[in-house]
Each structure stands twice: as C-alpha cells, then as structure tokens.
Ligand binder design. Structure first.
Ligand SMILES: [Cu+2]
Length: 140
C-alpha cells in the first residue's frame, strides 16, 4: 500500500477508509466462497464406496452387513415397504447425511466416510425412527 507521505491528514483518512472498505469486501467474498465449497461435499451422492444394502419396511431396517472398518461406504436404501421412507446416518464426522425421500418400491443411496465409533442408521421420515427404524453400527 503506497500512501504518499505528503498527503494531508484528511486525504489520508479518506484513503484509509476506502482501503478498509475494500478489505472488508475482499474478506466477505473469499469467506463466502470458502463456505460454499465446504458445504458442497454434503450434497454429493455420486462418490462410490463399499456398498451396503439397507432393506427398509414398516417399521424396521435390515443391513446387509454388521461389521464395519473405517472407510467410505455407499448405503443403498431399498424401500420394500408400502409407504415413503429415507435413510439417514449420523455419527463421528457425519451429520445426518441422508438419501432423498424414497417412494415404496424404490431405492436411493447416500455415501459417507465412517471413522471409528458408533453410528446411528435410521429413517428420518416422520417418527419412523422412534417406531423401530433405527439401528446402531459400530465401526472399528
Ligand atoms: Cu421410514
């Protein structure tokens, strides 16, 4: 920043003010960009991982495997029920990742990276979780 040494006090203040405003704008736009790229990951469902099939019906979940080691998994939720379900996963580093709503007879996927710990696998539709569509898996 080259502010001439002989600038009058008033002019200097004006220049400094404009400079600060520019800084704030720059900080705002770079901050917003960072947030946007950070949240983009949670919406990604096309990444692939070890496939785990979760059969859903009223009101239970059945996982195709019960033993997990840390890594990336693609949960394929298969709705064998007669009403709409979905699948959500919550645990260390995974905050309520979920499939879209799945009509009866359809399936949808959600990909997550599991770390050591316990994860909650459940149906986030209405109160299905409380009605029994709730399983816990242990990773590690
Ligand atoms: Cu459900």
């Amino acid at each position: 920043m080259a502010i001439p040494a002989r600038t009058t006090r008033t002019a200097l203040r004006t220049t400094a003010g404009a400079f600060c405003a520019a800084l704030v704008l720059a900080a705002c736009s770079s901050g917003g960009g960072g947030q946007a790229s950070g949240s983009a990951g949670s919406g990604t469902t096309q990444a692939s991982g070890t496939r785990v099939t979760v059969t859903e019906s009223e009101f239970m979940l059945k996982l195709s495997r019960t033993s997990f080691t840390p890594g990336t998994y693609t949960f394929v939720a298969d709705n064998h029920g007669t009403i709409t379900h979905a699948l959500s996963i919550d645990g260390p580093g995974v905050e309520d990742a979920r499939t879209k709503d799945i009509p009866a007879g359809h399936s949808a996927t959600v990909t997550v990276t599991l770390k050591k710990g316990t994860y909650d696998v459940y149906c986030p539709v209405d109160s299905h979780k409380q009605m029994g569509m709730d399983e816990h898996i242990k990773v590690g």
